[in-house]
Design a protein around this ligand. Structure first.
Ligand code: MTE
Ligand code: MO
Length: 324
């Protein structure tokens, strides 16, 4: 097996323009995103040891206890090392490189409310603590596959989306669900980082049938504790048979709708980022193959191995029937 070593993201953030981020490049957003020197200005004055200590602190969060759901494990790959997952993120509100974990600490997560409404009989507004007590928390280990062809295995703590559907009791004309996320241009990256003219807030959507699937999950935690900000605290979606961009982070609003909602990447480029966005190794992205992926595991240094990508990211038994 070939291991590709990559320096930690905090030391090369300016080089690590993501593939999705290259959309911004084409739109000349690169001048503000990378030209502003995200890594250089914020982290350049810190030693590597200080950055490492700071990164660890962002992951040192209150425990979130939950029963392990043995039905959802990954047999053939190790769980990705927490320090790798916590420093290699996509969260474009906080910048266009992988090294946004430090910027993401600006996200204010307390208090936080999630409004659930639209075509439902029982609309609700939840505090995060309500969600933790009203829904049965469990831990599930899922594969995670980004459309940029890298992957991880992550242990999420949360509850099945189906439980929320039961709680709000959708009306019969509700066919889709829209998920909207936190947006405030002043606190995301801050002055000088121009998020304008992109379709903020970041939104995602599912059909009701997809949301009702066994796999569809809301995460309130990862690695046995609350969600770090860089992973989309305090609440995010996890839909492991779809590309990672479908998993919207830092959700504030969930709306049941009759029509398919607009979503962020699909609005930016509907050819490259489909609404459905199921993992399909046979269907190349217009700019790269999806047949293999760079799996980021648990080796001593940040690195990846090339692995084959599976249809529906290996979850065909759960979701295949939805699309036949
Ligand atoms: N609000 C928001 N959610 C988001 C994104 C984003 O930029 N903003 N990026 C998506 C993409 S492209 C990926 S691959 C995953 C990354 O999740 P992680 O950084 O926790 O691994 O989050 C998804 N959710
Ligand atoms: Mo992604």
């Amino acid at each position: 097996m070939v291991l590709f070593k990559v320096p930690p993201s905090y030391s090369i953030s300016e080089n690590l323009v993501t593939a999705e981020g290259s959309y911004w490049n084409r739109r000349k957003f690169i001048q503000t995103v990378i030209g502003a020197g995200i890594g250089a200005t914020l982290m350049g004055c810190q030693s590597k040891d200080d950055q490492y200590a700071e990164l660890k602190k962002t992951l040192d969060l209150p425990k979130l206890s939950a029963t392990k759901n043995k039905a959802f494990q990954v047999g053939d790959r190790p769980i990705t090392k927490e320090l790798f997952a916590g420093q290699y993120n996509n969260f474009y509100e906080f910048g266009g490189t992988k090294g946004i974990w430090q910027n993401a600490q600006n996200l204010p997560t307390k208090p936080w409310q999630v409004e659930v409404g639209g075509l439902v009989n029982n609309p609700q507004t939840y505090d995060i603590d309500d969600l933790k007590t009203k829904f049965p928390l469990e831990e599930r280990i899922y594969r995670f596959r980004c459309v940029e062809a890298w992957s991880m295995v992550l242990p999420w703590t949360g509850f099945p989306m189906r439980e929320l559907i039961k709680a709000v009791n959708p009306k019969s004309n509700a066919k889709f669900v829209s998920f909207s996320t936190y947006y405030d241009e002043n606190v995301t990256y801050g002055p000088g980082f121009h998020l304008g003219s992109l379709p903020w807030p970041y939104t995602e959507g599912l059909s009701i049938e997809e949301m009702n699937n066994d796999l569809a999950f809301f995460a309130l935690g990862i690695y046995g504790h609350d969600l770090p900000k860089q992973h989309g605290a305090p609440l995010r979606m996890v839909v492991p048979w779809k590309y990672g961009f479908k998993g919207a982070k830092s959700i504030v609003k969930i709306e049941f709708l009759a029509e398919q909602p607009k979503t962020y990447w699909n609005t930016l480029d509907s050819h490259e980022y489909k609404f459905e966005a199921n993992v399909e190794p046979d269907v190349p992205h217009p700019r790269w193959s999806q047949a293999t992926e760079k799996f980021i595991g648990n080796s001593s240094e940040f690195s990846w191995e090339i692995k084959e990508t599976l249809p529906y990211n290996g979850y065909g038994d759960y979701v295949g029937a939805l699309y036949s």
